[in-house]
Design a protein around this ligand. Sequence first.
Ligand code: PLP
Length: 301
Amino acid sequence: MNSERKVWLNGELISWEKATVPLLSHGFSRGSAIFEVFGIHDGPDGLFAFRMDEHLKRLMKSAELLEMEIAYSIEEIIDAVTETVRANDIGRGLVKILAYWGEEAIIKLVLESKLDVAIFAVPNNEELGMDNTNPISACLSKWRKIHPETVPVAAKSCSNYLNGYLARKDANNRGFDVGLMVGTDGFLAEGSIESVFLIKDGVLKTPPLGRVLSSITRKSILQAAAMNGIPTSEDSILPEELFTADEIFTSHSGVKVSPVARFEDRNLQVPGPITKQVMELMNNILNMSDDRFSHWFHALT
Ligand SMILES: Cc1ncc(COP(=O)(O)O)c(C=O)c1O
């Protein structure tokens, strides 16, 4: 099936198999690539990308934070995403954009060239599990979130995911689905590929930006919740608060809201009332039945 799929690589649609890099490329051997992932939704008039403008701004921001330069503008990447989605006929799915140095660098660390760009359009499948709202289990990871003064955590760079990999591996080894990381400052940060929210006394709380990725889903949930009268807070959270929270959920672009049914040795009722309200809100937005958020979608067909 992959042989029929097309990848947009530096201005051309090529076959999936041909979209490769040399093993000694900087992007692969140093792990310096940056990326974005966002959902493609099947709307009444065709396919739509969710908050693509925000994702592409974040891609540019990742490059800026790492002092890299992408070879294409936001407008060019928007056209390229449209071309890739049309060429692949994916239906509901996601787009993954990688910007990377495909140039070989055996020991050289700082390259002068601009970043190559590859765009993949992938249909929803078992691995992606988009729209899966099954409750999950979560624990506190033994691994700390990387400190924002070591590498910029706001940059969505591949190398940051070694931290996420370890947190997920540790959680899985202990029988949990996801591991939530605490920063070296002792405050709650986020999961491997997901933001964390807790609800206490009717307030929807999530850790502040600065120590977490500026997640587009996190931002969307905070905006939608506030517009629907749910009080929100972005103040520092101590990990202990997870043990007394009324509700906990995680979120990311693939699965908008995953209610947490077990946190460490505590069982929580799922979905709790506010989590349920947030799930319904996000569902209505993604079904395009809430007109207040129609500007969050970009038509692709
Ligand atoms: C560390 C981390 N936090 C949060 C998220 C959620 O971000 P978004 O909602 O933009 O997908 C991700 C997504 O990949 C992530 O890797």
